[in-house]
Design a protein around this ligand. Structure first.
Ligand code: CTP
Length: 402
């Protein structure tokens, strides 16, 4: 595991019962040899005292934005510049909302806004608050802004509810921290990723599409960039913002997606097809809105190009990775796709009543190659994307050094 020794880490603590775990997080970071500056919100101080965290970190806790004595020493911009990493644990729904809207209403939010260090948030809240669409929208915004979200875990909550919203354990947060910013596994590699659905026009106002939100593909793009790759993200229509530091090419149809991929096919080292490409498009796309003149209509559909297969069969092919969403016989079907399309790897997710990744923050992925099969487990799309990129990186290097 890469070392945290001598790393300067700002631990942000917001209001929530999980704040008691922050003390252990600080203690463990100190055990790793990191320097820790704790920044607390007012609500956090209702759950744990600054004195405890000062004793554990060996530094006075900072909690006030406009504190004249502190600002003359280490002011909020200095804290933002000092940090190699920023971890907010627990991150409450309120703090997540403030960060997603770019507010600088207290010291912690201001430091997060001012820093160029990687930020990790470990959300903790009631399961209903976590599931609420406002929170999910804010999380999607933060992910698209390049912030890493770890957890929350599911289980029994302090309020008696059962569901997602428990803060990850300090040891799990530290393991994410050691991966972020310490990972150079794809340094120098150029990676092209497709994401989101495609939109196959029927007329100027209607189209055939699917439920893909693009979250998995965007998380893979962010993880590849964090691993040092030069990333191009070719995305169908989604509600997500283009991640920073990534070359972004928006497209609509499968034909347009193929044309965008073909621009990179000779130069990219790794291709990852995460997009849920429509398999069929209307034979004709009308130039005027189709009017409802009769009780039924028959659409004639034709196949779209298989972008992934085209890449895999290209003479100068990149290391090629596909995705498969399957409702039946997930593993055998994915194996068939691996073989028929000529892929190096395929990540398969079973779609059923216990796992419907479309639009969700979580997924369960199994990775299949010609020689092995690895269960990446059920986790947030951010964590799965990091695990996937780490597997791709070592297999890609093995292939090239062979
Ligand atoms: N894919 C693609 N172009 C298409 C269809 C799929 O690039 N026209 C890619 C997807 O991005 C994904 C993989 O192929 O990486 C598998 O997609 P999936 O829809 O699961 O499989 P299909 O090949 O379309 O087969 P089927 O729909 O019959 O399961």
């Amino acid at each position: 595991m890469p070392s945290l020794a001598d790393k300067k880490i700002v631990v942000g603590i917001t209001g929530g019962i999980a704040a008691y775990k922050s003390a252990e997080l600080v203690r463990r970071l100190m055990d790793h040899g990191a320097g820790v500056q704790v920044v607390m919100t007012d609500a956090a101080k209702a759950f744990i005292t600054p004195l405890t965290l000062q004793a554990l970190s060996g530094r006075p806790v900072r909690d006030t934005l406009l504190d004249s004595s502190a600002e003359s020493g280490m002011g909020h911009i200095e804290i933002a510049r000092w940090a190699d990493h920023l971890v907010v644990a627990p991150a409450s729904a309120d703090f997540i909302a403030r960060l997603a809207s770019g507010m600088a209403s207290d010291l912690l939010a201001t430091v997060c806004l001012a820093t160029s260090a990687p930020i990790i948030l470990a959300p903790a809240m009631n399961q209903g608050m976590w599931r609420k669409s406002a929170t999910q929208r804010n999380i999607a915004t933060l992910m698209a802004d390049g912030i890493t979200i770890v957890g929350p875990a599911s289980g029994e909550q302090a309020c008696g509810d059962v569901g997602p919203g428990r803060m990850l354990e300090p040891s799990e947060i530290i393991s994410h921290l050691t991966r972020t910013g310490n990972n150079h596994s794809l340094d120098g590699a150029s990676v092209t990723i497709t994401a989101g659905p495609t939109w196959e026009a029927l007329d100027p106002v209607r189209a055939l599409s699917n439920h893909s939100s693009g979250k998995m593909g965007y998380a893979v793009a962010i993880a590849a960039a964090a691993a040092g790759a030069a990333v191009t993200l070719i995305s169908g229509p989604t509600a997500l913002n283009p991640p920073p530091g990534i070359q972004y090419r928006p497209v609509q149809s499968a034909e347009e997606m193929l044309a965008a991929v073909e621009q990179d096919i000779d130069t990219c080292n790794v291709f990852i097809g995460v997009a849920a490409v429509a398999d069929y498009r209307p034979l004709r796309s009308e130039t005027s809105k189709i009017k409802k003149h009769s009780d039924s209509v028959t659409l004639e559909l034709v196949r779209t190009p298989d972008i992934l297969a085209r890449v895999a069969q290209h003479t100068k092919r990149p290391f090629t990775v596909g995705f498969a969403a399957e409702t039946d016989r997930a593993i055998p079907n994915a194996r068939e796709k691996l073989h028929n399309k000529g892929l190096d790897l395929i990540a398969v997710n079973q779609v059923d009543e216990t796992n419907n990744p479309f639009g969700s923050e979580e997924n369960h992925l199994i990775l299949i190659s010609k020689t092995d099969e690895i269960d990446l487990g059920r986790d947030s799309k951010t964590v799965l994307a990091e695990k996937l990129i780490s597997e791709i990186a070592h297999r890609y290097h093995d292939e090239y050094s062979a």
